[in-house]
Design a protein around this ligand. Structure first.
Ligand code: 5GP
Ligand code: 5GP
Ligand code: 5GP
Length: 208
């Protein structure tokens, strides 16, 4: 059967720590709406295959339309802020995420459904609360990779993948947290496959 929308096996739901985006050599720019809260922000909801590969840019005929998510705008600004330079409102970031990733799950979620699903997932998967309850705080100190993963597993119920980047001095730090989501977008699942990439065994959790 001919079909524009590609199938996929699961989503990665990816959240970013703003302190770790901003303290790198490249630095960051706050959105035009002001400095985001000191909380994890959404990076994206990414359709993926079981073998680790993923589809992208699946439908050039489905451009991002602001008008379709006007009711979500203030929640998007709070929960999905952009930190790239130059400063923007978020429209460019959300356009990129919809066109690269969202169009690959269009058979399940239309544009409104896609962004609403990601916002709902952030409410269900409160990473900062999971970490702080275990005494892991964004205080510039270092924590073990296993303690970070365990605290998220205990609070949220699923094993996360941690992506690290390096600060301006070359220290490994907590950058992004990956959780897996079923193809309907309704619930978290154990990840069928994990991403790749190294963290140090001791990871900094920078202030934001
Ligand atoms: P990076 O190279 O920084 O890890 O990833 C760059 C971009 O590639 C990500 O922001 C995302 O758009 C895409 N990407 C990287 N890894 C994955 C993955 O495992 N699954 C999907 N769907 N996209 C990915
Ligand atoms: P991905 O890595 O999802 O393919 O793409 C990320 C793209 O969105 C990059 O072009 C990046 O410049 C842009 N972008 C805008 N704001 C942000 C942000 O806050 N975090 C990240 N990771 N990328 C952002
Ligand atoms: P294990 O399967 O024993 O937990 O880990 C095998 C290897 O993967 C170790 O080098 C460990 O540091 C690394 N690893 C485990 N979990 C993660 C994670 O969430 N993120 C990253 N970047 N590496 C991990």
């Amino acid at each position: 059967v001919l079909c524009v929308s590609q199938s996929f096996d699961f989503f990665y739901f990816v959240q970013q720590w703003p302190g770790s985006y901003c303290d790198t050599k490249q630095s960051c720019c706050y959105p035009t709406t002001g400095k985001p809260a000191a909380d994890f922000g959404i990076h994206g909801l990414w359709p993926n295959y079981q073998d680790g590969s993923y589809p992208s840019n699946c439908d050039p005929d489905s451009p991002f339309k602001q008008s379709e998510i006007s009711d979500l705008r203030s929640s998007m600004q709070r929960n999905w802020p952009t930190l790239a330079c130059p400063s923007g409102s978020g429209i460019q970031f959300w356009t990129h995420e919809w066109e690269k990733h969202g169009t690959c799950s269009e058979s399940v979620l239309d544009q409104h459904g896609y962004f609403e699903t990601a916002l709902n997932l952030k409410n269900k998967a409160n990473i900062l609360q999971a970490l702080t309850r275990a005494g892991i705080q964004p205080d510039g100190k270092s924590y073990s990779l296993s303690s970070i993963k365990d605290s998220i597993k205990v609070a949220i119920g699923y094993t996360p993948w941690i992506e690290c980047n390096v600060d301006g001095s070359g220290n490994s730090q907590l950058y992004q947290v990956y959780l897996c989501v079923d193809t309907s977008g309704s619930g978290l699942i154990e990840c069928p496959v994990f991403p790749r990439g190294k963290c140090g065994s001791s990871i900094e959790f920078p202030v934001f």
